[in-house]
Design a protein around this ligand. Structure first.
Ligand SMILES: C[S@@+](CC[C@H](N)C(=O)[O-])C[C@H]1O[C@@H](n2cnc3c(N)ncnc32)[C@H](O)[C@@H]1O
Length: 469
């Protein structure tokens, strides 16, 4: 019997409608799972102080997302962290109370929604709808009305947000996704025109770079045979770029034939090697702040007799593990470079890859820019100068001292070097730092800047000295 009032055509239409509803439910469910994963990453970063990459690894390991959804969740989490200041500013425009009066877990929901509205290319209604579902799932049904109201209001204001001029530090920071003080520091370091390019390059995905432990060509070939799109790097002799690779799944990495390392980090080692020249093989080199050991193991691979020191024993242990994995000999010591336990003149070369603000590695740590403060920069610069000054006496006369940091602020780079020269000019002299053509050699700066907008590497500063007296 046919139900009253239902023709075959009406039943077919109803079936089609139900099918469409099911597809929408599936899409929302699928979309919700990726947003929930991204939200969990944000919560770990904000509530526990975790770094985003290990937080993401943990969340994804516990999820059932497929490869495509993992990539979507990763991009959503990283992008939301990167643009946090801009998202908070935009949300504040439409909120009737300060954002810090909204409960923290709900703020992270709103940020995810705001990123999708502002930058994600997600249609407004879909972005609002999926974020309301996220609020229900993550925070509770009581939060859905508020989430809906705030995001709909933001959706209506997208074209009329009161963006400050990019000529102001605040405006440049909002337009590029950095705090105003970082925008100001970039302007001060590379000038107003270049600052925007430098800041924007810090928002690019770094891709994967490997250091070949043996023959580079053989590694490129091995990766290609394994289906990885790999090419020799442009700058460092051992660098291999494998943009889409997952280092955790590469046999070459598991077997110690390659190790993930940014090309700029390799260039620091190359600068030291160039300053030692033919003397590198067998040279006694101290890596005074060595963990996790990228540069120590690189130096050992090039034939140096490396002593790797780090302040924290657990971190020093990581250097020993890296060396064992890569099959190179490194003498690992837990020691404070501010109170070095070695006699004066002990080393042919000392590398001080000092603790720093890390603004050169924001491509890998998008949240870092919101954790650092100008006070950190000042404190780190003072520490760098103290450690560098103590390093001078460890180098034998005629030997080499290399100072590097993975940042570009004036205070942590040229200012440290100038202070060192002012105090120790009778014991050290500036040596030209070997670097590729695209490196920046700015007027009045004895060192070189390796910057992501020119080299597509992490940002590093390197200065080389020779012990003279
Ligand atoms: C930028 S990281 C070094 C990265 C390393 N060179 C590499 O390429 O893998 C700085 C290191 O300095 C260490 N450190 C901080 N203060 C130190 C000190 N007073 N003496 C020695 N190491 C210190 C930190 O524990 C950290 O591992």
């Amino acid at each position: 019997m046919r139900p009253p009032g239902r023709s075959p055509r009406g039943r077919r239409r109803e079936l089609v409608r139900e099918h469409v509803r099911q597809v929408v439910r599936d899409v929302v469910k699928e979309g919700l799972a990726t947003r929930l994963a991204a939200w969990k990453v944000l919560r770990r970063v904000h509530a526990t102080g975790a770094w985003s990459t290990p937080a993401l690894d943990t969340v994804l390991r516990r999820s059932r997302l497929d490869t495509r959804d993992r990539a979507f969740a990763a991009n959503l989490a990283y992008s939301t962290l990167r643009w946090e200041g801009t998202l908070d500013w935009a949300l504040s425009v439409v909120l009737s109370r300060p954002l810090d009066q909204v409960q923290d877990d709900l703020v992270d929901v709103l940020r995810l929604g705001a990123w999708q509205l502002l930058f994600g290319g997600v249609p407004d209604r879909a972005a609002v709808g999926i974020t309301v579902e996220l609020a229900r799932e993550a925070v509770g049904p009581q939060s859905t009305g508020f989430t809906n109201g705030v995001l709909r209001a933001l959706g209506r204001r997208l074209d009329t947000l009161p963006w400050p001029s990019v000529d102001d530090d605040e405006g440049l920071g909002l337009a590029t996704g950095y705090p105003a003080w970082v925008a100001a520091a970039a302007r001060q370091r590379v000038g107003p025109q270049r600052a925007r390019l430098l800041l924007e390059a810090g928002n690019d995905s770094p891709g994967v770079t490997l250091r070949a432990v043996g023959e580079r060509d053989a590694l490129v070939e091995e990766l290609r045979v394994a289906g990885v799109d790999a090419v020799a790097g442009d700058w460092a002799a051992a660098a291999v770029r494998a943009p889409g690779a997952d280092p955790g799944r590469l046999d070459a990495v598991a077997a110690g034939r390659a190790t993930p390392q940014d090309e700029a980090s390799m260039l620091v080692v190359e600068a030291l090697a160039a300053a030692l020249g033919a003397d590198l093989a067998g040279a006694r080199v101290l890596d005074a702040a060595a963990a996790p050991g990228g540069k120590s193991t690189h130096l050992a691979t090039l034939g140096a007799a490396v002593v790797a020191a780090d302040l924290r024993p657990a971190r020093a242990q990581r250097v020993a593990q890296a060396a064992a994995h890569l099959g190179v000999a490194v003498d690992v010591v837990a020691a404070d470079a501010g109170r070095p336990p070695w006699r004066a003149d002990s080393f042919d070369a000392v590398l001080l890859d000092a603790p720093c603000s890390g603004l050169g590695v924001v491509r890998r740590r998008p949240e870092l820019r919101w954790r650092r403060t100008p006070a950190d920069v000042a404190e780190l610069a003072a520490l760098q100068l103290r450690l560098l000054t103590r390093s001078v006496e460890l180098v034998r006369p005629g030997g080499v001292l290399v100072f590097s940091v993975c940042t570009w602020t004036l205070e942590e780079t040229v200012a440290v070097v100038q202070q060192l020269l002012a105090a120790e000019g009778d014991r050290v002299a500036v040596e030209a730092t070997a670097a590729p053509e695209g490196a920046d050699r700015l007027a009045g700066d004895p060192g070189v800047l390796l910057l992501p907008d020119r080299l597509d590497t992490d940002g590093f500063y390197v200065a080389t000295f020779r012990r003279t007296g």
